[in-house]
Ligand binder design. Structure first.
Ligand code: PEP
Ligand code: MN
Length: 260
């Protein structure tokens, strides 16, 4: 059984439409988000991403703009008519963030933050649950059950790669989780090729592969000047590169629709 997630009357995840989520790793400024918003709008992207609370490995790294980042996201959402997904790390922020965003993102590092899972489970807002970087599919499924048990079935899973012995890529993108988790849970599964590979040049190939294995969508990091990004620049696409990748993804999607 496929469990479609209705973001609103116009936008359903897990239905006929291939969902594209794009935006920077982190919300850095109003100007940055406005440039990205204008660009993505032109390409027909409906969901914008951007972290306001960043789970950084090094405490000295940029930690995100916090609630100011959420305010910027909301302003851009209203200006261009996007839906917004953004990560919440602390159960105490779930209620506050409710009015700013359309989809709660639970990050890889928080996949087993059970208090956080329960807290978003008490709302009805869609939750994008990223796979823990060393989580088995069973553990990922169990994490989703923490959300569902509180009454929220609006769950979208996101494969973002796992840690293996391979270190040419930041993570190993486990694409077989897509068909497996779709059939096991019925939830839509989207793929994050940015964190999944950590390398800009692999985002095109990984995205096309994601379409081919039946993903319901992808989430890609985009930045107007990737080399100046405050986080994850190496895996962020420039506007030109994103436009190329998006057009390839759409071609593969249409081709596969004809075959299937
Ligand atoms: C992100 O999407 O910005 C992020 C931090 O991803 P992950 O939790 O998968 O590392
Ligand atoms: Mn990132």
């Amino acid at each position: 059984m496929a469990n479609k997630v209705k973001v609103d009357d116009e936008l359903i995840i897990g239905g006929d439409e291939f969902i594209v989520i794009a935006g920077p790793c982190a919300v850095e400024s109003e100007e940055q988000m406005d440039m990205i918003g204008k660009f993505l709008k032109k390409l027909g992207v409906k969901i914008i991403r951007g972290g306001a609370y960043k789970p950084r490995t090094d405490p000295k790294s940029f930690q995100g703009l916090g609630v100011n980042g959420l305010r910027i996201l909301k302003a851009i959402k209203e200006l261009y008519g996007f839906k917004v997904v953004s990560e919440i790390m602390d159960p105490r922020d779930v209620e506050m963030a409710y009015e700013y965003i359309d989809i709660y993102q639970i990050g890889s590092r928080n996949m087993q933050n059970f208090s956080l899972l329960k807290e978003v489970g008490k709302t009805k807002k869609p939750v994008l649950l990223k796979r823990g970087m060393s989580a088995t599919l069973e553990e990922w499924y169990n994490a989703s059950e923490y959300i569902r048990n509180e009454g929220n079935e609006n769950i979208i899973l996101c494969e973002r790669g796992i840690r293996t012995f391979e270190d040419y890529t930041r993570n190993t993108l486990d694409l077989m989780s897509v068909p497996m988790m779709k059939s096991k849970t019925g939830y839509p599964v989207i793929v994050d090729p940015s964190h999944g590979t950590g390398r800009r040049e692999l985002i095109g190939p990984a995205s096309k592969a994601a379409v081919a294995v039946g993903a319901d969508g992808i989430m890609i990091e985009v930045h107007p000047q990737p080399e100046k990004a405050l986080s994850d620049g190496l895996q962020s696409l420039s506007f030109d590169d994103f436009e190329k990748v998006l057009s390839e993804i759409r071609q593969v999607y249409n081709l596969l629709k004809e075959i299937n």
